[in-house]
Design a protein around this ligand. Structure first.
Ligand code: SF4
Length: 378
Protein backbone atom coordinates (compact mmCIF):
# COMPACT_ATOMS: atom_id res chain seq x y z
CA UNK A 1 0.00 0.00 0.00
CA UNK A 2 1.22 3.47 -0.94
CA UNK A 3 0.60 4.94 2.59
CA UNK A 4 3.12 2.44 3.90
CA UNK A 5 5.82 3.87 1.70
CA UNK A 6 8.19 6.62 2.72
CA UNK A 7 10.73 8.79 0.91
CA UNK A 8 13.69 10.20 2.81
CA UNK A 9 15.76 13.22 1.79
CA UNK A 10 19.15 13.94 3.41
CA UNK A 11 20.69 17.37 2.94
CA UNK A 12 24.46 17.73 2.72
CA UNK A 13 25.04 21.50 2.71
CA UNK A 14 28.73 21.60 1.82
CA UNK A 15 30.12 22.96 -1.43
CA UNK A 16 33.65 23.56 -2.68
CA UNK A 17 32.73 26.98 -4.00
CA UNK A 18 29.45 28.86 -4.25
CA UNK A 19 28.05 28.99 -7.80
CA UNK A 20 27.15 32.52 -8.85
CA UNK A 21 23.43 31.84 -9.37
CA UNK A 22 22.86 29.69 -6.28
CA UNK A 23 20.60 30.56 -3.38
CA UNK A 24 20.31 27.02 -2.00
CA UNK A 25 21.12 26.33 1.60
CA UNK A 26 24.76 25.45 1.01
CA UNK A 27 28.06 26.80 2.26
CA UNK A 28 31.71 26.52 1.38
CA UNK A 29 33.29 24.44 4.13
CA UNK A 30 36.52 22.48 4.13
CA UNK A 31 36.81 22.19 7.89
CA UNK A 32 36.74 18.49 8.69
CA UNK A 33 35.64 19.15 12.30
CA UNK A 34 32.56 21.03 11.12
CA UNK A 35 31.78 18.34 8.56
CA UNK A 36 32.12 15.64 11.24
CA UNK A 37 29.87 17.61 13.61
CA UNK A 38 27.22 17.93 10.89
CA UNK A 39 27.22 14.22 10.13
CA UNK A 40 27.05 13.43 13.86
CA UNK A 41 24.01 15.75 14.06
CA UNK A 42 22.40 14.05 11.06
CA UNK A 43 22.83 10.69 12.76
CA UNK A 44 21.29 12.07 15.94
CA UNK A 45 18.33 13.39 13.92
CA UNK A 46 17.94 9.96 12.33
CA UNK A 47 17.82 8.30 15.75
CA UNK A 48 15.16 10.80 16.92
CA UNK A 49 12.86 10.22 13.93
CA UNK A 50 13.48 6.48 13.53
CA UNK A 51 10.38 4.40 12.84
CA UNK A 52 9.60 1.04 11.33
CA UNK A 53 5.93 1.57 10.42
CA UNK A 54 6.62 2.54 6.84
CA UNK A 55 8.89 1.11 4.17
CA UNK A 56 11.47 3.42 2.67
CA UNK A 57 11.29 3.06 -1.10
CA UNK A 58 13.32 6.15 -2.01
CA UNK A 59 16.28 7.88 -0.44
CA UNK A 60 17.72 11.03 -1.97
CA UNK A 61 21.04 12.44 -0.79
CA UNK A 62 21.15 16.00 -2.09
CA UNK A 63 22.79 19.29 -1.37
CA UNK A 64 24.96 21.22 -1.55
CA UNK A 65 27.47 18.83 -3.00
CA UNK A 66 27.21 15.42 -1.30
CA UNK A 67 30.16 14.21 -3.39
CA UNK A 68 32.41 16.86 -1.81
CA UNK A 69 32.68 14.75 1.38
CA UNK A 70 34.43 11.39 1.76
CA UNK A 71 32.59 8.38 0.38
CA UNK A 72 32.82 6.72 3.79
CA UNK A 73 30.76 9.50 5.38
CA UNK A 74 27.93 8.83 2.93
CA UNK A 75 28.20 5.06 3.44
CA UNK A 76 28.06 5.57 7.19
CA UNK A 77 24.98 7.80 6.85
CA UNK A 78 23.16 5.16 4.78
CA UNK A 79 24.10 2.52 7.35
CA UNK A 80 22.53 4.63 10.12
CA UNK A 81 19.38 5.09 8.02
CA UNK A 82 19.13 1.36 7.34
CA UNK A 83 19.30 0.68 11.08
CA UNK A 84 16.63 3.26 11.88
CA UNK A 85 14.11 2.52 9.09
CA UNK A 86 12.84 -0.45 7.10
CA UNK A 87 14.21 -0.29 3.56
CA UNK A 88 12.51 -1.80 0.54
CA UNK A 89 14.85 -4.28 -1.19
CA UNK A 90 14.17 -2.28 -4.37
CA UNK A 91 14.71 1.15 -2.76
CA UNK A 92 15.78 3.89 -5.19
CA UNK A 93 18.88 5.46 -3.61
CA UNK A 94 20.11 8.60 -5.36
CA UNK A 95 23.11 10.80 -4.71
CA UNK A 96 23.81 14.17 -6.32
CA UNK A 97 27.37 14.56 -7.52
CA UNK A 98 29.34 17.37 -9.08
CA UNK A 99 32.03 16.71 -11.65
CA UNK A 100 35.28 17.83 -10.09
CA UNK A 101 34.53 16.08 -6.80
CA UNK A 102 33.98 12.54 -8.08
CA UNK A 103 36.66 9.85 -7.77
CA UNK A 104 36.46 6.20 -8.69
CA UNK A 105 37.05 5.37 -5.03
CA UNK A 106 34.01 7.41 -3.96
CA UNK A 107 31.82 5.73 -6.57
CA UNK A 108 32.93 2.29 -5.41
CA UNK A 109 31.97 3.14 -1.84
CA UNK A 110 28.58 4.56 -3.00
CA UNK A 111 27.92 1.33 -4.85
CA UNK A 112 28.83 -0.80 -1.85
CA UNK A 113 26.49 1.30 0.30
CA UNK A 114 23.59 0.50 -2.05
CA UNK A 115 23.37 3.73 -4.05
CA UNK A 116 21.81 2.83 -7.39
CA UNK A 117 21.09 6.21 -8.98
CA UNK A 118 23.46 9.12 -9.54
CA UNK A 119 22.41 12.63 -10.49
CA UNK A 120 25.23 14.56 -12.15
CA UNK A 121 25.14 18.37 -12.08
CA UNK A 122 26.60 19.41 -15.42
CA UNK A 123 24.40 22.44 -16.36
CA UNK A 124 26.14 23.19 -19.68
CA UNK A 125 28.70 21.59 -21.96
CA UNK A 126 30.66 24.73 -22.88
CA UNK A 127 33.50 25.71 -20.55
CA UNK A 128 32.84 29.43 -21.00
CA UNK A 129 29.26 28.97 -19.71
CA UNK A 130 30.43 26.80 -16.83
CA UNK A 131 32.86 29.53 -15.88
CA UNK A 132 30.27 32.27 -16.05
CA UNK A 133 28.02 30.18 -13.78
CA UNK A 134 30.89 29.86 -11.31
CA UNK A 135 30.86 26.05 -11.52
CA UNK A 136 33.95 24.32 -10.14
CA UNK A 137 34.27 21.90 -13.05
CA UNK A 138 34.87 21.91 -16.76
CA UNK A 139 33.65 19.74 -19.59
CA UNK A 140 36.55 17.26 -19.33
CA UNK A 141 35.74 16.58 -15.67
CA UNK A 142 32.16 15.76 -16.66
CA UNK A 143 33.46 13.28 -19.26
CA UNK A 144 35.70 11.75 -16.61
CA UNK A 145 32.77 11.46 -14.16
CA UNK A 146 30.61 9.70 -16.77
CA UNK A 147 33.49 7.35 -17.59
CA UNK A 148 33.99 6.48 -13.91
CA UNK A 149 30.24 5.95 -13.49
CA UNK A 150 30.09 3.47 -16.36
CA UNK A 151 33.25 1.74 -15.17
CA UNK A 152 31.91 1.26 -11.66
CA UNK A 153 28.66 -0.16 -13.06
CA UNK A 154 26.12 2.62 -12.42
CA UNK A 155 23.27 2.19 -14.87
CA UNK A 156 20.76 4.74 -13.65
CA UNK A 157 22.28 8.16 -14.27
CA UNK A 158 20.53 11.51 -14.45
CA UNK A 159 22.16 14.66 -15.82
CA UNK A 160 21.13 18.23 -14.92
CA UNK A 161 21.23 20.87 -17.64
CA UNK A 162 20.24 24.52 -17.61
CA UNK A 163 19.03 26.85 -20.33
CA UNK A 164 18.26 30.57 -20.49
CA UNK A 165 21.85 31.25 -19.37
CA UNK A 166 23.65 34.53 -20.05
CA UNK A 167 25.60 34.18 -23.28
CA UNK A 168 23.90 30.88 -24.18
CA UNK A 169 22.61 30.33 -27.71
CA UNK A 170 20.23 27.77 -29.13
CA UNK A 171 23.19 26.06 -30.78
CA UNK A 172 24.94 25.75 -27.43
CA UNK A 173 21.85 24.12 -25.90
CA UNK A 174 21.78 21.69 -28.80
CA UNK A 175 25.48 20.92 -28.43
CA UNK A 176 25.07 20.31 -24.67
CA UNK A 177 22.23 17.88 -25.32
CA UNK A 178 23.98 16.01 -28.14
CA UNK A 179 27.17 15.62 -26.15
CA UNK A 180 25.36 14.35 -23.07
CA UNK A 181 23.13 12.05 -25.15
CA UNK A 182 26.26 10.26 -26.34
CA UNK A 183 26.70 8.96 -22.76
CA UNK A 184 23.14 7.56 -22.80
CA UNK A 185 21.95 8.69 -19.36
CA UNK A 186 18.57 7.33 -18.27
CA UNK A 187 17.22 10.69 -17.12
CA UNK A 188 17.57 14.42 -17.72
CA UNK A 189 16.55 17.32 -15.49
CA UNK A 190 16.46 20.49 -17.58
CA UNK A 191 15.84 23.79 -15.84
CA UNK A 192 15.53 27.35 -16.96
CA UNK A 193 17.84 29.67 -15.01
CA UNK A 194 16.01 31.54 -12.27
CA UNK A 195 17.64 34.79 -11.24
CA UNK A 196 17.26 34.61 -7.48
CA UNK A 197 17.43 37.84 -5.47
CA UNK A 198 20.87 38.96 -4.28
CA UNK A 199 22.98 36.34 -6.02
CA UNK A 200 26.17 37.60 -7.72
CA UNK A 201 24.74 36.50 -11.07
CA UNK A 202 21.55 38.53 -10.59
CA UNK A 203 23.64 41.57 -9.69
CA UNK A 204 25.72 41.17 -12.84
CA UNK A 205 22.57 40.88 -14.94
CA UNK A 206 21.09 43.96 -13.24
CA UNK A 207 24.25 45.93 -13.95
CA UNK A 208 24.13 44.84 -17.60
CA UNK A 209 27.43 42.93 -17.30
CA UNK A 210 25.63 39.74 -18.31
CA UNK A 211 22.70 39.44 -20.69
CA UNK A 212 20.19 36.61 -20.50
CA UNK A 213 18.31 35.34 -23.56
CA UNK A 214 14.90 37.05 -23.84
CA UNK A 215 11.68 35.20 -23.02
CA UNK A 216 11.08 34.03 -26.60
CA UNK A 217 14.61 32.67 -26.92
CA UNK A 218 14.31 30.97 -23.55
CA UNK A 219 11.07 29.27 -24.67
CA UNK A 220 12.75 28.24 -27.95
CA UNK A 221 15.45 26.60 -25.86
CA UNK A 222 12.84 24.76 -23.81
CA UNK A 223 11.11 23.44 -26.93
CA UNK A 224 14.41 22.43 -28.50
CA UNK A 225 15.24 20.42 -25.36
CA UNK A 226 11.79 18.87 -25.52
CA UNK A 227 12.04 17.93 -29.20
CA UNK A 228 15.55 16.51 -29.05
CA UNK A 229 14.96 14.45 -25.93
CA UNK A 230 11.61 13.08 -27.15
CA UNK A 231 13.28 12.16 -30.46
CA UNK A 232 15.94 10.26 -28.55
CA UNK A 233 13.44 8.18 -26.61
CA UNK A 234 13.09 10.22 -23.42
CA UNK A 235 9.58 10.67 -22.14
CA UNK A 236 8.72 14.15 -20.84
CA UNK A 237 6.99 13.18 -17.61
CA UNK A 238 7.31 16.33 -15.51
CA UNK A 239 7.84 19.97 -16.51
CA UNK A 240 11.61 19.75 -15.97
CA UNK A 241 12.18 16.00 -16.23
CA UNK A 242 12.69 13.51 -19.04
CA UNK A 243 13.31 9.80 -18.64
CA UNK A 244 13.66 6.55 -20.48
CA UNK A 245 10.58 4.43 -19.68
CA UNK A 246 10.90 2.98 -16.18
CA UNK A 247 13.58 5.47 -15.10
CA UNK A 248 11.31 8.28 -13.87
CA UNK A 249 12.57 9.54 -10.51
CA UNK A 250 10.55 7.74 -7.86
CA UNK A 251 11.68 10.23 -5.24
CA UNK A 252 10.75 13.36 -7.17
CA UNK A 253 7.36 11.89 -8.09
CA UNK A 254 6.64 11.73 -4.35
CA UNK A 255 6.89 15.55 -4.15
CA UNK A 256 4.46 16.04 -7.01
CA UNK A 257 2.05 13.43 -5.68
CA UNK A 258 2.15 14.66 -2.08
CA UNK A 259 3.48 11.37 -0.75
CA UNK A 260 5.23 11.19 2.61
CA UNK A 261 8.78 12.48 2.45
CA UNK A 262 10.82 12.96 5.57
CA UNK A 263 13.63 15.45 5.04
CA UNK A 264 16.69 15.45 7.28
CA UNK A 265 19.48 17.97 7.60
CA UNK A 266 19.79 21.74 7.88
CA UNK A 267 16.94 23.61 6.16
CA UNK A 268 15.34 20.42 4.85
CA UNK A 269 11.56 20.56 4.23
CA UNK A 270 9.29 17.58 4.95
CA UNK A 271 5.78 16.65 3.94
CA UNK A 272 4.84 13.96 6.39
CA UNK A 273 1.50 12.64 7.60
CA UNK A 274 -0.38 15.71 6.38
CA UNK A 275 2.06 18.21 7.88
CA UNK A 276 4.67 20.42 6.32
CA UNK A 277 7.66 21.27 8.48
CA UNK A 278 11.19 22.47 8.00
CA UNK A 279 14.44 22.17 9.91
CA UNK A 280 16.42 25.21 10.98
CA UNK A 281 18.46 26.30 7.99
CA UNK A 282 21.41 27.65 9.98
CA UNK A 283 23.85 24.74 10.04
CA UNK A 284 25.41 25.65 13.38
CA UNK A 285 22.03 26.04 15.09
CA UNK A 286 20.93 22.75 13.56
CA UNK A 287 24.00 21.04 15.04
CA UNK A 288 23.55 22.77 18.42
CA UNK A 289 19.94 21.57 18.75
CA UNK A 290 20.85 18.00 17.97
CA UNK A 291 23.79 18.05 20.39
CA UNK A 292 21.14 18.67 23.06
CA UNK A 293 19.01 15.86 21.66
CA UNK A 294 16.36 18.30 20.35
CA UNK A 295 14.73 18.12 16.94
CA UNK A 296 15.71 21.31 15.06
CA UNK A 297 12.22 21.89 13.65
CA UNK A 298 10.52 25.10 12.69
CA UNK A 299 7.59 26.19 10.52
CA UNK A 300 5.21 23.36 11.39
CA UNK A 301 2.01 23.57 9.39
CA UNK A 302 -0.87 21.13 9.33
CA UNK A 303 -2.55 21.20 5.93
CA UNK A 304 -6.29 21.82 5.92
CA UNK A 305 -8.39 19.74 3.52
CA UNK A 306 -8.63 22.79 1.16
CA UNK A 307 -4.88 23.34 1.15
CA UNK A 308 -4.24 19.67 0.60
CA UNK A 309 -6.60 19.56 -2.37
CA UNK A 310 -5.09 22.71 -3.92
CA UNK A 311 -1.53 21.45 -3.48
CA UNK A 312 -2.44 18.04 -4.84
CA UNK A 313 -3.76 19.74 -7.97
CA UNK A 314 -1.06 22.29 -8.70
CA UNK A 315 1.82 19.98 -7.84
CA UNK A 316 0.16 17.13 -9.76
CA UNK A 317 -0.21 19.34 -12.82
CA UNK A 318 3.60 19.47 -13.03
CA UNK A 319 3.31 15.90 -14.32
CA UNK A 320 2.71 15.88 -18.06
CA UNK A 321 0.13 13.09 -17.68
CA UNK A 322 -1.80 15.47 -15.46
CA UNK A 323 -4.14 14.71 -12.56
CA UNK A 324 -6.78 12.00 -12.43
CA UNK A 325 -10.29 13.09 -11.50
CA UNK A 326 -11.14 9.65 -10.10
CA UNK A 327 -8.00 9.60 -7.94
CA UNK A 328 -8.98 13.00 -6.53
CA UNK A 329 -12.50 11.75 -5.78
CA UNK A 330 -11.14 8.59 -4.11
CA UNK A 331 -8.72 10.60 -2.05
CA UNK A 332 -10.80 13.61 -1.02
CA UNK A 333 -14.42 12.42 -1.51
CA UNK A 334 -14.91 15.50 -3.64
CA UNK A 335 -14.57 16.45 -7.30
CA UNK A 336 -12.05 19.00 -8.57
CA UNK A 337 -14.28 19.68 -11.57
CA UNK A 338 -16.88 21.02 -9.11
CA UNK A 339 -14.63 22.70 -6.53
CA UNK A 340 -12.49 24.53 -9.11
CA UNK A 341 -15.13 24.66 -11.85
CA UNK A 342 -14.63 28.33 -12.65
CA UNK A 343 -10.81 28.25 -12.60
CA UNK A 344 -10.60 25.05 -14.67
CA UNK A 345 -13.12 26.24 -17.27
CA UNK A 346 -11.22 29.52 -17.65
CA UNK A 347 -7.86 27.73 -18.05
CA UNK A 348 -9.39 25.35 -20.59
CA UNK A 349 -10.86 28.25 -22.56
CA UNK A 350 -7.40 29.91 -22.53
CA UNK A 351 -5.99 26.65 -23.94
CA UNK A 352 -3.68 26.24 -20.95
CA UNK A 353 -5.35 23.06 -19.66
CA UNK A 354 -7.01 20.22 -21.50
CA UNK A 355 -9.25 17.33 -20.39
CA UNK A 356 -8.25 13.93 -21.71
CA UNK A 357 -10.43 11.09 -20.45
CA UNK A 358 -10.16 11.03 -16.68
CA UNK A 359 -7.17 13.39 -16.71
CA UNK A 360 -6.73 17.13 -16.65
CA UNK A 361 -3.35 18.24 -17.96
CA UNK A 362 -1.24 21.12 -19.21
CA UNK A 363 -1.32 21.88 -22.92
CA UNK A 364 1.91 22.88 -24.69
CA UNK A 365 0.88 26.50 -24.18
CA UNK A 366 0.15 25.64 -20.55
CA UNK A 367 3.77 24.49 -20.14
CA UNK A 368 4.91 27.96 -21.24
CA UNK A 369 2.57 29.59 -18.71
CA UNK A 370 2.74 26.92 -16.03
CA UNK A 371 3.09 29.36 -13.13
CA UNK A 372 -0.06 31.16 -14.20
CA UNK A 373 -1.88 27.81 -14.18
CA UNK A 374 -0.57 26.83 -10.75
CA UNK A 375 -1.43 30.22 -9.25
CA UNK A 376 -5.08 29.72 -10.22
CA UNK A 377 -5.36 27.02 -7.53
CA UNK A 378 -3.65 28.91 -4.70
S1 SF4 B 1 27.07 23.11 -6.40
FE1 SF4 B 1 24.83 23.32 -6.29
S2 SF4 B 1 24.40 23.79 -4.14
FE2 SF4 B 1 26.63 24.12 -4.46
S3 SF4 B 1 26.78 26.28 -4.89
FE3 SF4 B 1 26.61 25.23 -6.88
S4 SF4 B 1 24.41 25.21 -7.35
FE4 SF4 B 1 24.64 25.74 -5.18
Amino acid sequence: MEENKLGIYCHIPFCIKKCLYCDFNSQVCMDQKQIDAYFAALKEEISLVAQKDQIVDSLYIGGGTPSSVEGEKIADLIKALRQAFLFDSDCEITIEVNPGTVTEEKLVSYKKAGINRVSVGLQAWQDQLLQSLGRIHDQSQFVQTMTYLKKTGFENISVDLMYGLPGQTLLMVEESLRQVLSFEPTHFSCYSLILEADTPMTQKVEKGELICPDEDDERDMHWLVDELLEKNGYHHYEISSYAKVGFESRHNLKYWELKDTLALGAGAHSFYKGQRFANLSDRELYVEHLKKGQLPRTELHELSQEEWMAEWLFLGLRKLDGVSRQEFIDRFADDYMLIYKEEIEKLISQKLLIKEGDYLKLTKKGQDFANQVFMAFI
